[in-house]
Design a protein around this ligand. Sequence first.
Ligand SMILES: C[S@@+](CC[C@H](N)C(=O)[O-])C[C@H]1O[C@@H](n2cnc3c(N)ncnc32)[C@H](O)[C@@H]1O
Ligand code: SF4
Ligand code: SF4
Ligand code: SF4
Length: 313
Amino acid sequence: MAGANHQDKNKYGIVFNIQRYSVHDGPGIRTIVFLKGCPLHCRWCANPESQSLQPELAYNDHKCIGIQECGYCLKACTTGAIREKDDKIVIDREGCNHCGQCAEICPSRALNMYGKTMSVDEVLNLVEQDSSFYSRSGGGITLSGGEPLVQSEFAAALLKEAKKRRMNTAIETCGYADWDRLERVCEYTDTVLYDIKCIDRAKHKEYTGVDNEIILENFKRLCERFPDKSILVRTPVIPGFNDSEGDIGAIVEFIKGYPNVKYELLAYHRLGEPKYTYIGKDYTLKGMAPMQEERMAALKRLASEKMKKESNS
Ligand SMILES: C[S@@+](CC[C@H](N)C(=O)[O-])C[C@H]1O[C@@H](n2cnc3c(N)ncnc32)[C@H](O)[C@@H]1O
Ligand code: SF4
Ligand code: SF4
Ligand code: SF4
C-alpha cells in the first residue's frame, strides 16, 4: 500500500499553466492547474495552447528585441527551425522538435514553451503555498486544461493526493472521454464543472470537431453514479452557435430533473485570440463581436426560470 502511495506522488503529467487566486472555477479562492491535451477543437477556445498534448512553442513578436540586438535563439536552435525575417524571427514548426532551448535563452520571454513535465508532488507543493486562502474561503485546487481527462491517470493521482492534504478539489471537463476515466477522476473530486456546449449533434460536431453523444451519455451516468456530488453544468454562449433560446432551452431540458445539478452560462470572450498567432494557428472566429450584455442577461433569465420551474414541479 505504501508503494502505491509513493507511485501516486511520483506520477508525472504535462502542465502548461498554474494560475493562482481564481474565483470563477469552483467555490472560494482557487488555484487552477491547466493540463495539456484536448480531443475537441472548439473554434472559440480561449486556451488553444492546451489542445496538443505535446509541448508547444509560442512566439510573440511584439516582445522580441530583434536579431541585431539579441539573436540568441538563432544560435541556440540546433535544428535550423528558427530563421531571420526583417530583424525578427519566423519558426518552421515542421522542423521544431519542441526542445525548448530557444525559450530558455530568450531574455524578453518573446519565446515561451507551453507544457512542462511535472510530478504530483511538484504541482501540489506549489498549490499548497496558498492553503491559507483556501481554508478561509472554502477554496482549493481545480484541474482544467485542455481536457483534464486526457491525462486521467495523472489527474486522479493529483486529486487523490490533494484530498490527502485536505484540499477541496474540482475539475473543469468537457465530458468527452471513456466513462472509466471520468468515474475514476470524480472519485477524488468535490465539484465537477461540466460543459454542455450544444444539444444539436451536427452543430456540435461542426464547431468542436466531435459528436456530443459521449458527453451527454457521460453526464447522465455521472449524475446517477454520484447523486450527492456538486455538479455545475456550464455553457459558453457563442454567437451564431448556441446563443438562441432554443439552444439554451434544450440544454436545460436535458439536465433538469437532477437535484444536485446547477447551471451557469458563460459569455463568449476573445481573451485567447492572440495566443493563436503565437503558436502559429488560425483563429477562425476573427472579428466576432462579443455577446451583448442584454442578450446574455435575457438568456440567463430564461435558463434560471426554466431551472426553477423544474425544481418546483
Ligand atoms: C478552457 S475550458 C477547459 C475545460 C474543458 N476542456 C471544457 O471545455 O470544459 C474551461 C472553460 O472555459 C470555457 N471557455 C473556453 N473558451 C471560451 C471563450 N472563448 N469564451 C467563454 N468561455 C470559454 C469553456 O466552455 C469551459 O467552461
Ligand atoms: S524549441 Fe528547439 S527546435 Fe524548436 S525552435 Fe526552439 S530551439 Fe529550435
Ligand atoms: S532570443 Fe528572444 S528576444 Fe532574442 S531574438 Fe530570439 S525571440 Fe527575439
Ligand atoms: S473542450 Fe475546452 S479546452 Fe478543449 S477545445 Fe473546447 S474549450 Fe478548449
